[in-house]
Design a protein around this ligand. Structure first.
Ligand code: OSB
Ligand code: MG
Length: 373
């Protein structure tokens, strides 16, 4: 497949409700979308980088810059397969989310051309996937209980509470007391230090499925030490940047569960490797989320259909994020989302709506298609 050009597009979408984490509050997403145009057809990619580099060092303006100036030029006008993208981009260090976005677009173009779905390509074994929901930090316990109750009424099969120092044991206790043995886990997004070990052990009596990324991403050994005080299984998100990092963390005993986010690890193909490494070691994985639109959600739900994705993911329905999605909406049925079956991502982008929320476009390649302004 020859990559002839890449169109870039920035859109703004309001979230249905503010989403607060230990690293800030988000009320909308500013998203970079890519369209890969090849001699065999087109494909979509979504970049999961946030507006501000607070989850990781990447942010959407930076991702756009590195794509335009360093990544896409290495791929344009070459005969390539999606499987070649990571190695062609390897000379550029870091920028996993930017790399993931272009690899995704190439993979969608390639699979669409062959009539194969993402799920078939990944060897997914499920036609629908169990869904959890990530619940932000709230202003009060009463408001939190209202939100959690609404999600449980909608059918979500697992609740994840965002936590931070000052908002941890009490919200967990309140949700346990009100909603009984609901599947429950927490995510700290690196907000604690090893000195908080005794405090975090206070979560142990609540039978949480896991505690996600309690400590900073580079502190893998500190997670090993934390596991000596805290009985709740530790799950790593931010720390797991590659299959190698996953393998090392497991061997060190830093985690018993891994959250896979294709964007964080440089793409779906690296995500599949992490799935395989974890499966071989008996470590369960689950699909994370980065508040994706229907484009990213389609790929994530497909990957979550793989065998070792045994825990419900942060693969929530479109209406948990956006009043109107840019594809046909993903709708929860009995706490599950259907894995798309059509070629490639298997979703149709609503081009008219997309145009209406686009505030910038650019293109690389193919003479006359308009250069980057
Ligand atoms: O740590 O899992 C996280 C959203 C943005 C950045 C980081 C995270 C999250 C979420 C939301 O928890 C998951 C979702 O997309 O529903
Ligand atoms: Mg997380």
């Amino acid at each position: 497949m020859k990559l002839e050009s890449v169109e870039l597009r920035r859109i703004r979408l309001s979230l249905v409700a503010p989403f607060e984490t230990s690293f800030g509050v988000q009320t909308e997403r500013d998203i970079l979308l890519l369209k890969a145009i090849s001699d065999e057809g087109e494909g979509w990619g979504e970049c999961v980088a946030g507006e501000v580099p607070t989850y990781s060092s990447e942010y959407v303006d930076g991702a756009q810059h590195v794509l335009i100036h360093h990544l896409i030029p290495r791929l344009l006008n070459r005969d390539l397969a999606a499987a070649d993208v990571a190695s062609l981009l390897r000379p550029v260090h870091g920028h996993a989310m930017a790399k993931a976005a272009i690899e995704m677009a190439v993979l969608d173009a390639e699979l669409s051309a062959h009539g194969e779905s993402f799920a078939q390509f990944f060897g997914a074994v499920r036609e629908e996937v169990d869904c959890g929901v990530s619940v932000g930090i709230h202003g009060s316990i009463a408001e939190l209980l209202k939100t959690v109750g609404d999600y449980l009424d909608q059918g979500y099969r697992r609740i994840k509470l965002k936590v931070k120092p000052g908002w941890d044991v009490e919200p967990v206790r309140a949700v346990r007391e009100r909603f009984g043995d609901v599947a429950l886990q927490v995510d700290a997004n690196t907000a604690y230090t090893l000195n908080d070990a005794e405090h975090l052990a206070k979560l142990d009596p609540f039978s949480l499925l896991l505690i996600e990324q309690p400590l900073p991403e580079d502190q893998v050994l500190a997670h090993v030490k934390l596991a000596q005080t805290v009985r709740t299984p530790i799950c790593l998100d931010e720390s797991i940047t590659s299959a190698q990092a996953a393998s090392d963390a497991i061997e060190l005993g830093a985690c018993r569960v891994i959250n896979v986010k294709p964007g964080r690890v440089g793409g779906y193909l690296e995500g599949r490797k992490i799935h395989d490494v974890c499966a071989a070691r008996g470590v369960p994985v689950w699909m994370g989320g980065m508040l994706e639109t229907g484009i990213g959600r389609a790929g994530n739900v497909a990957m979550a259909g793989m065998q070792n994705f045994t825990l419900p993911g942060d693969t929530s329905a479109s209406d948990r994020y956006y009043r109107r999605d840019i594809t046909e909406p993903f709708v929860l049925h009995d706490g599950r989302l259907k894995v798309p079956t059509g070629p490639g991502l298997g979703v149709k982008v609503d081009e008219e709506f997309l145009e209406s929320i686009t505030y910038w476009t650019g293109a690389l390649g193919r003479a006359g298609s308009g250069a980057i302004p």
